[in-house]
Design a binder for this molecule. Structure first.
Ligand SMILES: [Zn+2]
Length: 441
């Protein structure tokens, strides 16, 4: 290396110059900024719904992405237009709600995350850094928001915010890392705003937006409608329905579970959603059969709404039965646990009752999915690949490929299914699946 090049390399390696919060606020034009509206297009990615446990979140094109933020209240409205439809999510002070079909629906569980999203935006970060008396070291600014969340960001030589990161609680990933990268800043009457926003959560992109429209100090956000104010998250409800001797359907929410009684223990198929949900299901199982311990939790697949209760089950020292494709991810994510893994097939039996676990081969929904078959009762438990429509609903115009694949798997394995007991929806005879995929006899 020529001496001059070596000198430049060394010069670049020395610590960058110290910045100050005032310099950053000035460069960003944050001082007089009370609200902002920005819009563009790009893609969102569905967290926790990846096809395999280590693949990126699936991408969904967003033809329009618009956010309105009022830093003072604080409040935010986010509107995203996708091929599947439009979603509108809001937060204002301590109230979060969505607008669906023109009607407001309370979303109390989303308050904390939506407020955090405000402080992850470029100017939100600068304002929160000022309020929380951030520490500045070189070009890194960090503070603790709301007394618990550490938020950290970096600024470039031009004092513009380049990245902001924090953690958000997630039922599967725990303290899930969230980071946003900002680039290609433009000037909007003294307010600098990035043209490119790439947000990641849990290591994969969740948002990739090219901003084409920015309006400082022009934003108005709806006041929370009376109907959604002071809403509390609904209490978890579990209802028990007997499906047969020693088999119960645990329903009551959006995700069901199935309880199976063995000679000296119990198995629960699916611990969904969250710690709270899983613990309610386990408590209901114990109430239904008080004198036997729950030993196994059978997990259909890793999608976060279906594995959200695995963490709580691991903490209770229950054995997790899952497809082998999920084992490494669960061990790392839950820091241990005891697993019974299934490749193609595995049978849990006490000599009298059996649960056959089968890999759903070639499923377009998820590559490491299990279905559970109870041969004596002729019941098949599956998640997401077939969720029966309400009674008398017409069959879908286009059959769901995942349901077609489920049917192929049932035939391949020659399973004699009397009833399908889905994690979503209602128990139905096999004929309903045949109808739904245009194979009615
Ligand atoms: Zn799924």
């Amino acid at each position: 290396m020529p001496r001059i090049a070596l000198f430049i390399a060394l010069a670049c390696a020395v610590a960058p110059a110290q910045t100050t919060l005032d310099a950053v606020a000035k460069a960003m034009g944050a001082g007089g900024l009370n609200s902002i509206e920005y819009a563009g297009s790009g893609a969102t990615f569905t967290l926790g719904q990846n096809v395999g446990p280590t693949t990126p979140w699936p991408r969904v094109e967003a033809k329009s992405y618009r956010r309105v933020i009022d830093y003072g209240t604080p409040a935010m409205r986010e509107e995203i237009e996708r091929a599947q439809g439009r979603t509108v999510q809001l937060v204002s002070g301590g109230t979060a709600w969505n607008i669906a079909g023109g009607n407001p629906a309370a979303a109390p569980a989303a308050v904390a995350e939506r407020l955090t999203q405000i402080w992850l935006t470029p100017h939100g970060f600068v304002k929160a850094a000022e309020t929380n008396k951030a520490a500045v070291k070189g070009r890194t600014i960090s503070f603790v928001a709301h007394g618990k969340h550490r938020v950290s960001g970096t600024v470039g030589a031009d004092n513009l915010v380049q990245s902001v990161s924090t953690t958000i609680a997630n039922p599967v990933l725990g303290d899930m890392p969230v980071e946003v990268a900002y680039s290609d800043y433009k000037d909007y009457g003294g307010v600098k705003f990035p043209s490119r926003i790439v947000q990641k959560a849990g290591g994969f992109p969740t948002l990739d937006v090219t901003v084409t429209e920015v309006r400082p100090n022009a934003a108005r956000i709806d006041v929370p409608p009376t109907a959604v104010r002071d809403a509390k998250p609904p209490a978890v409800r579990v209802e028990t329905q007997k499906l047969g001797d020693g088999v119960w359907y645990l329903t009551g929410g959006s995700h069901h579970s199935v309880l199976v009684e063995f000679k000296d223990h119990l198995a629960v198929i699916e611990a969904p959603q969250s710690d709270e949900c899983a613990l309610a299901v386990l408590a209901e199982a114990q109430k239904t059969v008080p004198n036997k311990p729950v030993r196994y939790v059978i997990n259909t697949h890793h999608h976060f709404d279906h594995s959200g209760g695995v963490r709580a089950s691991v903490a209770r020292k229950l054995r997790i039965v899952t497809h082998r494709g999920n084992e490494a991810f669960y061990k790392k994510t839950f820091r241990g646990g005891s697993y019974v893994t299934v490749a193609d097939k595995r049978v849990l039996t006490d000599g009298q009752r059996s649960i056959e676990l089968h890999h759903i081969q070639g499923s377009p929904h998820n590559e490491a999915s299990l279905m559970a078959y109870l041969p004596k009762e002729k019941l098949l438990v599956e998640a997401d690949v077939y969720s029966p429509a309400p009674p008398n609903a017409p069959p879908p115009a286009t059959p769901n490929p995942a349901s077609v694949n489920l049917y192929e798997n049932i035939q391949r394995l020659k399973l004699d299914v009397a009833q399908i007991v889905p994690i979503h929806g209602r128990a139905v005879p096999l004929a309903e699946l045949e109808k739904a995929i245009g194979k009615a006899k």
